[in-house]
Design a protein around this ligand. Structure first.
Ligand code: NAP
Length: 241
């Protein structure tokens, strides 16, 4: 069994992030959740006892300040799960530049910001697990989601690069690409599109947040030190890379 570690999960107040927090806690880790949704954060923190911190991952100064507080109040972060993400869908030829930028800022720059601030401490301590949550749509592209697909594809190259840079100091980096998972993000999609997508999934169902959380918890273990720079598809076989 792994040593007890401190894990930080971005977007940890709901959806896949909340399931990841549950799974890491089940494996014995101390989990800190960060999110922009302050009300939800307070509610989940109270219900679970998990320390919750308001953090906007797209703002480097905010990340620096809040990580500093977490590390002095809770302890050094050894497991970083970059899960927070947003969508601002639209056709490329009609997309507002601010919707392009917002998605890049949160989904791609957000992961750079947290890694940039947290990885130096992991390197010094000789241990770390970075797990980035991308998407099947970052692997295959998606109609109406050029901003989201570009940011999520960017995470694949980002992860493979830092995997080469950090591994010599005991810090591994991997990326998980969920397919269609039942959360608020997919509940916002039109019913007919969801049904059509489900019909394309060989296992015959949409994914559950726990399907992703179990993969993340596995990658967070001390025993996975030889797994580095890998993209894990968790999509029921809908897209085989
Ligand atoms: P979700 O239910 O929308 O949860 C995402 C959480 O991240 C929300 O609590 C959100 O807060 C928070 N967040 C947004 N912007 C943030 C920021 N700047 N700083 C900190 N936190 C922020 O999403 P989900 O469905 O669980 O998805 C989790 C991850 O999996 C995302 O990266 C998503 O792209 C990826 N994914 C999901 C699916 C799927 O089918 N659901 C498929 C592939 C990949 P607010 O609510 O206040 O915005």
């Amino acid at each position: 069994m792994s040593e007890q570690r401190i894990a930080m999960v971005t977007g940890g107040a709901r959806g896949i992030g909340a399931a990841i927090a549950d799974a890491l806690e089940r494996d014995g880790h101390k989990v800190v959740i960060v999110d922009v949704d302050e009300a939800k954060l307070a509610e989940v923190s109270q219900a679970t006892g998990r320390p919750g911190y308001r953090m906007d991952i797209s703002d480097f100064d905010d990340v620096t300040e809040v990580v500093g507080r977490i590390e002095s109040e809770v302890g050094p972060i050894s497991i970083l799960v970059n899960n927070a993400g947003i969508t601002r869908d639209g056709f490329m030829h009609k997309m507002k530049p601010e919707n392009w930028q917002a998605v890049i800022n949160v989904n791609l720059t957000g992961a750079f910001n947290t890694c940039r601030v947290i990885a130096p401490g992991m390197r010094e301590r000789g241990h770390g697990r970075i797990i980035n949550i991308s998407s099947m749509n970052g692997q295959r592209g998606q109609f109406g989601q050029c901003n989201y697909a570009a940011a999520k594809a960017g995470l694949l190259g980002f992860t493979r690069s830092i995997a080469q840079e950090l591994a010599g100091k005991g810090v591994t980096s991997n990326v998980v690409c969920p397919g269609f998972i039942k959360t608020d993000m997919t509940a916002a999609m039109p019913e007919d599109i969801l049904k059509a997508e489900q019909a394309k999934i060989p296992v015959g169902r949409l994914g559950e947040p726990t399907d992703i959380a179990d993969m993340v918890a596995f990658l967070a273990r001390d025993e996975t030190s030889f797994i580095n720079g890998v993209t894990f598809s968790v999509n029921g076989g809908q897209y085989m890379d």
